[in-house]
Design a protein around this ligand. Structure first.
Ligand SMILES: *Cc1c(COP(=O)(O)O)cnc(C)c1O
Length: 377
């Protein structure tokens, strides 16, 4: 990859929209007939930029999107996203007017939330969340009376009914059995609704791991987040022949080089100590850009000129140190890759997340908006 002359930022994200498009098509191909991809673009599309991702998916024929909150939905509408936008999280009932104004479909968190939304007097399109065992949002799936009362609320038009699986990422037999319990509760509740004349609308229950690990479901939508971006929550979930393509790279620059004699310390707390004559590169990214601070002291590495180099000492807010003793060619201005490929080498998001005891979902969604995003078509 050539960078000469193209870049001005100190640190940036690169997003390959072609990879997102490939992943969307692959995920769509794993779904049953009649089931369509709902692209989960909450948290700024897990750090990939919600508006460009949604617009490019819409050009590819994706017709529905999921966000976490009203503001995220309104931002997509303002930029011209036209398809269904489902707000997966709670919206305060006093914001019902804004939901209607931006033509957002609101999730009903429970009967109490539904009553409060309806009491505002504003007609709203909603999807009923059913709690099938996660015990986060949703009307208890077995409580048909509460579902019926919520469905019948005067200002709510139920256009969908959904639930969320909480262990579909796990291969353990007891977790697989629990996923089946959740599916049975969900389809049971939907069947009882239909039998008593309450149209459930379009139903959906799978997220990324539900699509990856379950047989196709008889649903109208499947909601994919992390897999759409081509990464797995954890590296061990990645199959040997991985059909997905990671979309995001994270890069910075070498600001300066330092030569340290053996025994000299560097960085806050002098946490790095030079074992022998050492060359350090000062790199233009830090924890205020969304990188976990612990990465530097948890064995974090970067790529410079296609070579892996270890981070040194403590990460700073805006910078970090890298030991480039083994890379005499390193020079000020060099591109530093924190996530992504450089030459034949690659650092995957799963590797970085694992070092920091987290999942890629958290790590990517925290990448700060101080990092501009360059899009590849
Ligand atoms: C975040 C979220 C998703 C997407 O989850 P992934 O595992 O990233 O695919 C789907 N549904 C709900 C309700 C969510 O909160």
């Amino acid at each position: 990859m050539k960078y000469e002359g193209a870049l001005t930022a100190r640190a940036w994200r690169e997003v390959d929209l072609g990879a997102v498009s490939h992943n969307a098509a692959w995920l769509q191909g794993r779904m049953g007939p009649g089931c369509r991809l709902m692209a989960v673009v909450k948290a700024d599309a897990y750090g990939h930029g919600a508006v460009p991702v949604a617009i490019s998916l819409e050009e590819q024929g994706v017709r529905s999107f999921a966000v976490a909150c009203l503001a995220e939905g309104a931002a997509l509408r303002r930029q011209g996203v036209d398809g269904l936008i489902l707000v997966l999280g709670y919206t305060p009932p006093e914001e019902a007017g804004e939901l209607a104004r931006w033509r957002l479909t609101q999730c009903v968190a429970d009967e109490f939330h539904g009553r409060a939304l309806s009491a505002g007097g504003m007609p709203l399109e909603v999807h009923l969340a059913l709690d099938t065992g996660m015990h986060r949002l949703g009307i208890p799936a077995e409580d048909h009376e509460a579902i019926a009362r919520t469905w019948a609320l005067p200002n709510l038009k139920v256009t969908g009914t959904f639930s969320h699986l909480c262990v579909s990422d796990s291969p353990r037999p007891e977790d697989r059995a629990f996923t089946q319990v959740q599916l049975d509760r969900f389809y049971g509740a939907v069947a009882r609704m239909a039998a008593s004349g309450l149209d459930p609308g379009q139903v959906h229950i799978q997220a990324s791991y539900g699509i990856l690990n379950l047989l196709p479901q008889r649903c109208a939508w499947a909601r994919a987040g992390i897999a759409l971006y081509g990464v797995y929550s954890r590296g061990e979930d990645r199959p040997a022949s991985d059909p997905l393509r990671p979309a995001l790279s994270l890069r910075a620059r070498v600001a300066a080089l330092r030569t340290l004699p053996a025994g000299e310390g560097a960085g806050y707390g002098l946490a790095f100590r030079a074992g022998g004559d050492t060359k350090l590169a000062v790199v233009t990214i830090g924890y205020a850009d969304g990188l976990p601070r612990m990465l530097a002291q948890a064995g974090g590495e970067v790529l410079i000129r296609g070579a892996r180099c270890p981070m040194a000492g403590r990460m700073c807010m805006d910078q970090l140190l890298v030991d480039v003793t083994g890379l005499p060619q390193a020079a000020p201005g060099d591109v530093v890759t924190l996530i992504g490929r450089d030459g034949g080498a690659e650092i995957r998001a799963e590797e970085v997340a694992a070092r920091c005891d987290t999942i890629t979902n958290e790590m990517l969604s925290r990448l700060g908006n101080r990092l501009p995003i360059r899009y590849h078509p």
